[in-house]
Design a protein around this ligand. Sequence first.
Ligand code: ADP
Length: 476
Amino acid sequence: MANEHPSVRARTAPDRPRRRDIVITALLGLMVLLVLLIGGVLEPGAWLAASLAFSALAFIYFLTAVTRGAPRPSAQITRPVVSSELESANAMLEKIAVPVLLIGPGGRIERANPAARAFLALGAEGGLLSTSLRQPRVLEAVSAALRGERGTVVEYASLAPIESHVRAFVEPLRMPVAGPMPWRAMLVLADETSSKRAERMRADFLANASHELRTPLASLSGFIDTLRGPARDDEEARDRFLTIMREQTDRMRRLIDDLLSLSRVEMNEHLPPSGEADLAAIARDVVDSLRPMADARAITFELSLPDAPARITGDRDQVYEVVENLVENAIKYSPEGAIVAIEALDNCTRDIAEHAPERLAPQSARLLLAGPPFDPRQRYGVLRVRDNGAGIDRRYLPRLSERFYRVDGQKSGPTAGTGLGLAIVKHIITRHRGGFSVESATGTGSAFSVFLPKPVPDADAAARVLADTASGVDAG
Ligand code: ADP
């Protein structure tokens, strides 16, 4: 990227012809003197005349040499303008938030602005475009542009690790370089994931909301008809029906809240959070807020949380929602008087066996519902919620994080679920580039674990500490 453009480089050596001409002038003078000496022309008159002639000749030659060697006035004006234009174009390219790349012969990345380097996770060396962007249609369009053919627009979608939709603009550029390959391809990548998601979310939300709300609404209108007709004077039936109607309206409210929450999470799932949160503190807050619900069913919490903060990279409110959903489920799906254990661990790897070495039961099944991207250096904060409920049969485990999925015939205390809680958990965890796993054994209970990435240590701070230590500065 730091390479100077050839058109600028060609103008940086203007003084060479001028120096050459002065040397020729001096040599010419010496030759004339030599001829005078050899010819024995040493009388003062002749010597003076020859010297004058030589001086005049040399002066005229010097003047013509200087004029010929000096850069033309127009070039003097053009040079700073061209280089400042290039500089401002470069500065703009560096700052622009849209990924822009210049691809050279053989598909090699010649330039990539910071947005492109971040988008394609490029290292310091650009390398080949085909190793960073495995989209055959984009690569074909780039090859065509490198042959000088017309530019094209290619749309592509990738599903892993996170769903994304991109529109790639490919344009050929003819560079002012000599040689058989003057063409370059300019590649601009427009990320359209947000708008595509918003479009789909809207359609999904309408379909789900209308479908799920239809049943409680139908039941409500049925009860209203009964209360106005046959049960008009039956006081006992009226009370019973009003209680059911209250439950139905509560369920409708929960459904709307969960659907809105799911839509919000899905909308920004492709944008990882940048804040920090303390997993242990969140667990404490959730336990405090759900204590009345647990008390109502005589459920006891067993907490195992580190005293020091368990720092993770995350959106505090979303992580709170994750923990709240898991603890709420543990309360809902446990019998009265049961124990719910909540455990937080710091600095773990992504290996479930490490943070949960003991199985709930010999026959229990474990499943990863969402896995973090593979990075052996990444460490995680882990939160595990364990209950002694009825457990979930292993054949249902893969479906747990589907929207509206509820295990058949399962009792959930007084509040019926919406089937959206675990779908919300999975989407939040995926957004955080974390992991979500379940272990369950029928008759023994279930344990749900989430692991969230810890902040990457600041490499610059570490380097600074090392430098201070080496120079004997007390870091305090
Ligand atoms: P819901 O609102 O129905 O609880 P979730 O998405 O939270 O929805 O859970 C989906 C289904 O998974 C539940 O309906 C229930 O059948 C099952 N489930 C979730 N957590 C537990 C648990 N701790 N123990 C047993 N079953 C559970």
